[in-house]
Design a protein around this ligand. Structure first.
Ligand SMILES: Nc1ncnc2c1ncn2[C@@H]1O[C@H](COP(=O)(O)OP(=O)(O)O)[C@@H](O)[C@H]1O
Ligand SMILES: [Mg+2]
Length: 398
């Protein structure tokens, strides 16, 4: 038998597995790494986060990605080069991170690498687009495995698409396995570059879980700040937005996209909600000369409104347990707006021992745990939104 298959077989049967989750979201702020110990699988999964870090990207990396990430007309040669370059960079960052944690790569059973999304194309009309939803994450899993010596699961989203899903959000699988409650409905909101939510009714079966993107998260705010201010990358704690004033005509122009009225589940990306989208809305509403603070106050309102709008559409008879994660969970101004609009108090995923900054990386590690040691089919039939499938392509170190 192939030695790596033997190792995998052994890993699948162990009482506990050490899995490293790697996540790089649409904010492109950095690579999130979460070292996790898993016991069991499915509804019996137990996870302990042993260490986590967000390693920020260097300017040169972001410069290299600029002509490709979310660009309709990206040069194919650059796409080809980046698939390797992203994996090379992630492998280097991973090794540096393990060194800082004093963890030997040999002690890690598996890694789960999300890669970098560079294009996500939701297609809801089978007549005009018979191909349907498609998505592309770069950062080759083979290179990651060969360069680190760790078995790598990567490219998780393609299986979801193959099984009829939209390729996103995927964290809903982990949300269900780790956060479902017998007596309370649960809502989990992740505010990254794009915001998404998972709704788990009380006593939910696997097929009852709903996951959807809600629209813009931080990315448009980040992009706008970078266009106006030097060396400021985001609105810390939402202080700039809090000092500004909402402009209704700009908010109306920003809210004028069919995505917002479309029923959930739906997905989107920075191909739609980007700096150009904002600049077009500013032109349309004659708001080009608004102060940075006023534009941020209005963008915060757009994010808070679109999130709250989807939450208020949920069939909630009582207040849910409402967990918030992602970098946007630190934006106090945004969070207080969401609490006001929905009427629900938020709490951190830290309550369940999952640091909010590490949550997505942990949940990709959990998907790898399910693929190697779990049995998704045993959870029940699932739904179009959440098919019962194992995800991730497996790469061997040699
Ligand atoms: N203290 C903070 N206050 C406000 N926003 C923050 C703060 N810390 C991080 N963020 C926002 O969170 C973003 C990163 O969030 P993250 O969850 O990593 O998103 P992604 O998954 O898209 O990478 C940053 O780009 C920034 O906009
Ligand atoms: Mg990030």
């Amino acid at each position: 038998m192939n030695e790596t298959i033997k190792r995998l077989y052994h890993t699948a049967g162990k009482d506990s597995r050490i899995i490293l989750g790697l996540m790089s979201g649409t904010s492109m702020d950095g690579l999130d790494l979460a070292l996790c110990r898993f016991e069991g699988f499915g509804r019996d999964s137990k996870v302990q986060v042993l260490a986590y870090d967000c390693m920020p990207y260097e300017d040169a990396y972001l410069e290299a990605l600029r002509p490709v990430a979310f660009q309709e007309n990206a040069p194919l040669s650059e796409v080809c080069r980046l698939n390797k370059f992203i994996a090379q960079t992630h492998a280097k960052m991973l090794k540096a991170c393990l060194q800082s944690w004093k963890v030997d790569p040999e002690d890690i059973d598996l890694m789960a690498s999300h890669g970098q999304t560079v294009m996500h194309i939701p297609a809801n009309d089978p007549v005009t687009d018979p191909v349907g939803h498609s998505t592309l994450q770069l950062g080759d899993g083979d290179l990651l495995s060969v360069h680190t010596g760790i078995i790598c699961l990567s490219d998780f989203r393609q299986k979801h698409i193959a099984a009829g899903g939209q390729g996103a959000p995927l964290v809903s699988y982990g949300d269900y396995l780790l956060f479902a409650e017998p007596e309370n409905p649960v809502v989990l909101l992740n505010i990254g570059g794009i915001a998404n939510l998972t709704y788990i009714p009380a006593e939910a079966g696997f097929g009852d879980v709903m996951a959807t993107d809600t629209g813009p998260g931080n990315r448009m705010m980040d992009a706008f700040i970078r266009s106006r201010m030097e060396d400021v990358f985001f609105d810390e704690d939402g202080r700039l937005a809090a000092a500004g004033e909402l402009h209704q005509t700009l908010l109306d122009a920003l809210s004028d996209d069919p995505f917002f009225a479309a029923p959930y589940p739906k997905t989107t990306g920075p191909e739609l909600f980007n700096l150009d989208y904002l600049l077009r809305a500013m032109d349309k509403s004659n708001c080009r000369y608004l102060s940075t603070e006023d534009v941020l106050a209005t963008l915060s309102a757009l994010t808070a409104n679109s999130i709250s709008h989807e939450i208020l559409k949920l069939p909630l008879a009582e207040s849910p347990l409402f967990y918030v994660s992602g970098g946007g969970a630190k934006n106090k101004f945004l969070l207080s707006k969401i609490e006001r609009l929905t009427g629900y108090k938020t709490m951190s995923t830290e309550e369940k021992n999952i640091p909010p900054d590490a949550k997505e990386a942990v949940l990709f590690a959990l998907l790898a745990n399910e693929t190697i040691a779990g049995d998704m089919g045993a959870l029940g039939p699932g739904s179009t939104n959440m098919p019962a499938i194992s995800m991730g392509k497996i790469s061997f170190p040699y």
